[in-house]
Design a binder for this molecule. Structure first.
Ligand SMILES: Cc1cc2nc3c(=O)[nH]c(=O)nc-3n(C[C@H](O)[C@H](O)[C@H](O)COP(=O)(O)O)c2cc1C
Length: 178
């Protein structure tokens, strides 16, 4: 999907302005659906494509939860499905992850960023989380990605579930065109 950048309104073709067309991709990992819900809302608002990053480790149950926290804390990589879309074909890639282990994020997103480090032109980040501060995880994402994000967004799990995330997603998406 093509995004036209500048100052005008969103429509079905994305942001439209000044004939400057930009392609955007929202690439995300989600274990329990919150980050997926946020990713879909962002992609809809921007008219962007979606790439769900699939971890071969399903991280289910209490054991899965425990190892997920440990792997995130240790900044470990994991095996992921080959992406369906080439991030190098996009002007902007918006990367989304759940916040894990207070200062980290999902190994699947770390792996995606590491494997595609040279492919990103512009990036933005978003996190979903229970309630911790996200600044350390965002700093870690910047380091892994090798790019400074245009902007970042942190959403509480309760904002995702209630739908009040829309109040933050609107300004986040608008800041991507400025
Ligand atoms: C292993 C693990 C560790 C987590 N650690 C934190 C944390 O340190 N701080 C926090 O605010 N939320 C933490 N969470 C909560 C998730 O960030 C939150 O539920 C998120 O919205 C889940 O996204 P998802 O549904 O896309 O997987 C953790 C969740 C898991 C599974």
């Amino acid at each position: 999907m093509v995004i036209f950048y500048h100052g005008a309104a969103f429509d079905r073709e994305g942001l439209r302005c000044n004939n400057i067309a930009m392609k955007a991709l929202v690439a995300f990992y989600s274990r329990t659906g919150n980050t997926k819900k946020a990713a879909e809302a962002i992609a809809k608002e921007l008219g962007a494509d979606l790439e769900e990053i699939i971890d071969h480790n399903k991280r289910s149950g209490i054991i899965g939860w425990l190892y997920a926290g440990r792997d995130a804390m240790k900044r470990m990589l994991t095996a992921i499905d080959k992406p369906k879309k080439d991030p190098a074909a996009y002007d902007l890639v918006i990367l989304g992850s759940p916040l894990w282990a207070f200062r980290s994020y999902a190994p699947a997103v770390r792996t995606y960023m590491t494997e595609n480090r040279g492919a990103f032109k512009k990036v933005a980040f978003f996190l979903t989380k229970g309630g911790s501060a996200g600044d350390k995880a965002i700093a870690d994402m910047k380091e892994t990605c090798g790019k400074h994000p245009i902007t970042v967004l942190e959403l509480l799990e309760k904002e995702v579930k209630s739908g009040s995330m829309a109040d933050k997603i609107g300004p986040f998406c608008r800041s991507l065109k400025s």
